[in-house]
Design a protein around this ligand. Structure first.
Ligand SMILES: CC(C)=CCC/C(C)=C/CC/C(C)=C/CC/C(C)=C/[C@@H]1[C@@H](COP(=O)(O)OP(=O)(O)O)[C@]1(C)CC/C=C(\C)CC/C=C(\C)CCC=C(C)C
Ligand SMILES: [Mn+2]
Length: 313
């Protein structure tokens, strides 16, 4: 009976993680629909863990003071370490129950990417967040996004004869590409809602874009000028280069993981085309794909997966 009750707790936990994924991340959820059950469930548990840590910093219930957010992140790190050691402590909620089960089912998982993600969120708490160079922004992207690839690789598995180490570089590149795409899509929203500009200052300077103008245009709306267009073209090309590196990793993944990862990759990559179509106005327009557009992309992605036509140069 106790075993049955425990199993119910775990399956309810996964169900809650699934609901969270389908509610907050339509693209990732769509991608998990093509996975075998055990992989999909583990991915939802990882998604829910990542989403909850992100919410500490920028969710609707985020604590107002930076020092309080830091304290929350420190507690989150302790909580992670305790779950990793298999400790069953008070306050373990349904998402944690699924997460703890996932760690047990995939013993190849490593705690380091999880800790790095918390460190990445720490970089985002201060009101004065800014990135002087691409090197600094790269570190942030690595910590909050490439880590997701490293968390999910043990769940996805690799093709025969390919080690996780072989696939690591492409997994990291995919995280960088996705996070940079996120940043380019959300320039207006980040500036309006949080006074944040993630674009590297050295790039803005080089293209003659004043950070104050980015904030003003995001708040009041305003023309996109050639200087800003050129900056966006440069950053979009940078993101595309990381997508090309990431592509090499698709055939390195286990067969069951190739389609879901390729779907997530291709749908996000398309957002860059949408920014171009919006004439680089990411101050007042959010680049996105409709559900119908996403569905239309699927057969093409599926074809690329079965024919293995990826850039492997
Ligand atoms: C070899 C090879 C190609 C391997 C593939 C490895 C792989 C599966 C990589 C996937 C990488 C991935 C999905 C990265 C997510 C990047 C991301 C969106 C990060 C977001 C950070 C903060 O940004 P921001 O605050 O600006 O964003 P919001 O506006 O708040 O959304 C994150 C929010 C960090 C937390 C990340 C998540 C919540 C997403 C986690 C996603 C999964 C676990 C699903 C992965 C599943 C598939 C099918 C790819
Ligand atoms: Mn966020």
């Amino acid at each position: 009976m106790r075993v049955k009750a425990q199993a119910k707790l775990v399956s309810d936990g996964y169900e809650a993680c699934k609901d969270m994924t389908s509610e907050y991340a339509k693209t990732f959820y769509l991608a998990t629909q093509t996975m075998p059950d055990e992989q999909a469930m583990a991915t939802w548990a990882i998604y829910a863990w990542c989403r909850r840590v992100d919410e500490i910093v920028d969710g609707p219930n985020a604590l107002a003071e930076a020092s309080m957010q830091e304290e929350s992140l420190r507690e989150w790190m302790d909580r992670l370490e305790r779950m990793w050691e298999g400790k069953n402590f008070n306050g373990l909620n349904q998402y944690d129950v699924a997460f703890a089960d996932m760690i047990r089912r995939f013993p190849g998982s490593d705690i380091e990417p999880y800790k790095d993600m918390v460190r990445g969120m720490m970089m985002d708490v201060s009101d004065e967040v800014k990135y002087d160079s691409w090197e600094q922004l790269y570190l942030y992207c690595y910590r909050v996004a490439s880590t997701v690839g490293l968390m999910t690789l043990p769940v996805m598995g690799t093709a025969e004869g390919v080690t996780q180490e072989d696939a690591r570089e492409s997994a990291i590149a995919l995280g960088i590409a996705l996070q940079l795409t996120n940043i380019l899509r959300d320039v207006g929203e980040d500036a309006r809602d949080r006074g944040r500009i993630y674009l590297p200052e050295e790039d803005m300077k080089r293209f003659g874009v004043d950070p104050q103008t980015v904030l003003d245009r995001s708040l009041k709306g305003g023309e996109v000028d050639d200087a800003y267009r050129n900056l966006m073209k440069f950053e979009i090309e940078r993101a595309r280069e990381y997508y090309r590196q990431a592509e090499k990793g698709i055939p390195m993944l286990a067969k069951s993981a190739q389609l879901p990862v390729a779907v997530a990759m291709e749908l996000y990559r398309e957002i860059l085309d949408k920014i171009e179509l919006n004439d680089y106005d990411n101050f007042s327009r959010r680049a996105y794909l409709t559900g119908f557009e996403k569905l239309c992309k699927l057969p093409g992605v599926w074809l690329r997966v079965i024919t293995g036509s990826w850039n492997v140069a």
